[in-house]
Design a protein around this ligand. Structure first.
Ligand code: C2E
Ligand code: MG
Ligand code: MG
Ligand code: MG
Length: 275
């Protein structure tokens, strides 16, 4: 039995390793459990229009609970899921739940225009991606243009298979958002002819600029907007940061200043309050 062999293994390793070992094992078990039992939860973090401060969309973020009911951070379980391939099932579960929730609460009537869903580059290694995403869309009855797919730059450009999938998803009506801009090698020249409609500035870039304005960021944003991209700033934690990023041209803002990622019911309440 798996538990017995695990206990024997634990006895043979150094005490200092135990905390890490058990933690990683706990994360793996919780991940498997959540996937098998369809209990991956969708949390929503609002995205606001920088001019009005009103909610216009949200990012869907995955949450799972461990055996003690504690919520685990995606930065702990997503890399594991990517390594062992479970990200495919997790990604599908997130996508399906998201479409169903959007449809059930008629997000449009709550004043929202889009929901951003993160896709891992690993999901593009499967050739059933387009098929499964479009069937979830059809089952829920929402429009594919309501779903914005967030991918990071590692997931794009150079891979032919992935480019082909991105074009066919674009033809199906999905929109693409470049996540975490500023931590990799992307720049305006590389991004010019890509299907992205929106570029999300990574939190680190936003924080650096707010601490130390006077870099080329405003020039970069202006150039991006001339090429037709909209800009979202992540990691907005204060009113002052919101003002700074709005003033340099960001269209959308997201961060703890507006709300942390929250469960569906709470998110719906907040949407109604601020409408
Ligand atoms: P991300 O896609 O860049 O998501 C933004 C992360 O920044 C979220 O962390 C969010 O809670 C956090 N954040 C937003 N505003 C603030 C702020 O003002 N201050 C601070 N300190 N943090 C802020 P979270 O939910 O822990 O997710 C971490 C990463 O895990 C995500 O980064 C994304 O790469 C990945 N992830 C989450 N859910 C999914 C999913 O369903 N599928 C895939 N493939 N990846 C996911
Ligand atoms: Mg994201
Ligand atoms: Mg991001
Ligand atoms: Mg990130």
């Amino acid at each position: 039995n798996a538990n017995d062999s695990l206990d024997t293994e634990l006895l043979t390793i150094d005490k200092a390793d135990v905390a890490f070992f058990t933690e990683e094992t706990d994360i793996k078990r919780s991940l498997d459990y959540a996937i098998e039992n369809n209990t991956v939860e969708v949390f929503f973090q609002p995205i606001v229009d920088s001019q009005t401060g009103k909610y216009v969309g949200a990012e869907a973020l995955a949450r799972i609970k461990n055996s003690e009911g504690k919520i685990l951070s995606p930065s702990a379980f997503i890399p594991i899921a990517e390594k062992n391939g479970k990200i495919n099932q997790l990604g599908k579960q997130m996508f399906k739940k998201c479409c169903d929730l959007v449809s059930a609460a008629s997000f449009k009537e709550l004043g929202l225009s889009f929901i951003n869903i993160n896709l891992s580059p690993i999901q593009f290694l499967r050739n059933d991606l387009e098929q499964s995403l479009s069937s979830f869309i059809h089952e829920s009855g929402i429009g594919s243009d309501f779903i914005h797919l967030e991918i990071t730059e590692e997931a794009m450009i150079d891979d032919y298979q992935m480019q082909r999938q991105i074009s066919s998803l674009t033809e199906l009506g999905f929109k693409f958002v470049l996540d975490d801009y500023g931590v990799g090698y992307s720049n305006i020249v590389r991004l010019r002819n890509t299907p992205f409609i929106n570029i999300k500035l990574d939190m680190s870039l936003v924080w650096d600029y707010c601490k130390n304005p006077g870099t080329i960021l405003p020039t970069e944003i202006e150039a991006f907007k001339k090429c037709g991209f909209e800009i979202t700033a992540e990691g907005i934690e204060t009113a002052q940061m919101a003002k700074i990023m709005r003033d340099i041209g960001c269209n959308y803002l997201q961060g703890y200043y507006y709300s942390k990622p929250i469960p569906y019911e709470e998110f719906i309440e907040k949407c109604k309050e601020q409408k």
